[in-house]
Design a protein around this ligand. Structure first.
Ligand SMILES: *Cc1c(COP(=O)(O)O)cnc(C)c1O
Length: 505
């Protein structure tokens, strides 16, 4: 047929757009992307995606390959994560979907055990404040009461604090292995044994750690070997090195897991049976993850985890040696968070967000995390997060000097004052919002007001991307995010992202 644009021209346009992205390979972006450092694995994944491109995972009886690949991936992760024959699983589109489904399963089991109709009660979801935001999303979507437990300044939760919240109205307790913000490994065994005594199921969120911690030495038991752990999530698009769109949710007990499914025969179309949130499903990321697990095997993952581990230890030591910075807590796994060392005099302190911005100027992208006020009145410091991948070991010789040089440039500079960025008058009348974006009990912020406020702090969605990847300096943006009431900050960020994809004139 006659095409409007020849394929090579279309692909040139795509290449031009991709050239504006932050680099996905070579370890220059220390979050979001997980580079094994082995190009042949990327080639293999691409070929597997291509082979599965036309398939629809919606119906594994019609496309038997989908079922076969899923069986193999469930078996591989179940063995790796200490599950026995009572553990069953599902491949999902990512960590968020795995976490959502773990919560939905637990909620439905809680309601069924009490003979309650959906929507007639709101059970609690107990979790440390460091649990991934996906669980807030789950509580929001599925009607649970979020019950966050404060953690210590090292980012670690005390088992007793979490156990004290358990009760008959708790549908699920969540622990992480490790938690994303500071890489704390939660006290899985202590929580799980107490929870089992209360009849409360426990989800281990091993989305980030699940393919790496099995190869970390000297860890306490944290996976499905621990009695009382009822489900576990592990992302294959992180340390499984697959393209985005693949995670596994493992659940203990067939009957429990069946509550994860949605099925209906009550419409004039085909009978619908969905194990996940999606209907039609790509077989691509599934096939890529399968191909990588086949090629690497356990030994290959061990080798790659070893590289990430050595790189993490080297970075931890190098950062501890930088005057004015400190690593938060005792990180477990290939990630860590960095805060200001308040033990040194102010002129020697390094602000972690100014440091991240200065590091970006050297060509390395670190992730800024805001300070966080917990329900008990304590505040976790603002930090900068580094996710370390196997390829990092190959580039330490460039990365470490860049981290040092960046610290030297900003040492002694205080954090930007949020008050200087935000005119309090412009916020008058907007602080009645108490719920996250979308469900205000005060006056809702309309799009134009939100865009105006964004412009006031220097963010114009119609210009993002013009000066390179990202939204510009993170230090002032994060200071503003922290200073605003959370519902207002959330509404502004929604506006920013929504305007980003509005067609441009
Ligand atoms: C990445 C991550 C998630 C969410 O996963 P997505 O794949 O980004 O949806 C959940 N929990 C933890 C600990 C994570 O690191």
């Amino acid at each position: 047929m006659k095409l409007t644009t020849p394929p090579d021209v279309v692909l040139d346009r795509l290449d031009a757009l991709r050239a504006q992205d932050a680099p996905t390979h070579g370890g220059h972006v220390l979050s979001y992307v997980y580079d094994s450092g082995e190009p042949e694995l990327d080639e293999l994944a691409a070929a597997a995606v291509r082979a599965m491109q036309p398939v629809n995972g919606l119906d594994p009886t019609t496309f038997g390959s989908v079922a076969a690949l899923e069986r193999d991936l469930v078996a591989f992760t179940r063995d790796l994560l200490g599950g026995d024959g009572t553990v069953v699983g599902t491949v999902t589109s990512g960590g968020t979907e795995s976490c959502l489904l773990a919560v939905k399963t637990a909620r439905d089991a809680w309601l069924a055990a009490r003979g309650l109709a959906p929507g007639s009660a709101r059970p609690r979801l107990v979790l440390p404040t460091t649990a991934h935001a996906a669980f807030q999303k789950a509580a929001h979507y599925f009607g649970l009461e979020l019950d966050p437990v404060p953690v210590g300044q090292d980012g670690a939760v005390a088992a007793d604090d979490l156990v004290a919240r358990l009760g008959d109205d708790v549908a699920l307790a969540v622990v992480s292995a490790p938690a994303y913000p500071h890489a704390a490994l939660d006290p899985v065994a202590d929580v799980a044994s107490a929870a089992a005594a209360h009849g409360v199921p426990v989800h281990v969120d091993a989305c980030i750690g699940g393919m790496a911690l099995p190869f970390w030495p000297d860890l306490p038991a944290w996976d499905l070997r621990v009695p009382g752990v009822t489900s576990l999530s592990v992302d294959l698009h992180k340390y499984g090195y697959a393209p985005k769109g693949v995670s596994v949710l493992l659940q203990r007990g067939r009957d429990r897991q069946r509550g994860q499914y949605f099925a209906t025969t009550r419409w004039p179309g085909y009978p619908v049976v969905n194990p996940t949130l999606l209907g039609s499903r790509s077989g691509g990321p599934l096939a890529a993850a399968w191909a990588i697990t086949q090629a690497l095997g356990r030994d290959g993952f061990a080798e790659l985890a070893g590289r990430a581990r050595r790189a993490t230890l080297a970075l931890r030591q190098a950062i501890e040696e930088i005057d004015g910075l400190r690593v938060v807590g005792d990180p477990v796994g290939p990630l860590l968070a960095v805060a200001t060392d308040d033990d040194v005099a102010p002129h020697r302190r390094v602000d972690p967000h100014r440091w991240a911005d200065a590091t970006t100027a050297h060509g390395w992208v670190l992730q800024a995390q805001p300070a966080f006020a917990q329900a008990d009145g304590t505040t976790l410091p603002h930090t900068t997060h580094l996710t370390v991948t196997p390829v990092t070991e190959q580039v330490l010789d460039e990365l470490v000097p860049a981290l040092r040089a960046a610290a030297d440039t900003v040492r002694g500079e205080p954090r930007p004052e949020a008050a200087a960025l935000l005119d309090p008058a412009s916020l008058t009348g907007l602080t009645g919002l108490t719920e996250p974006s979308g469900a205000p009990d005060g006056a809702p912020i309309d799009s134009d007001t939100a865009a105006g406020l964004l412009a006031a702090i220097g963010l114009d969605a119609s210009r993002i991307g013009e000066d390179g990847p990202g939204v510009g300096a993170m230090a002032p943006l994060l200071a503003a995010v922290e200073a605003l009431p959370a519902p207002v900050a959330e509404r502004l960020l929604v506006e920013l992202l929504a305007r980003l994809v509005e067609p441009r004139p």
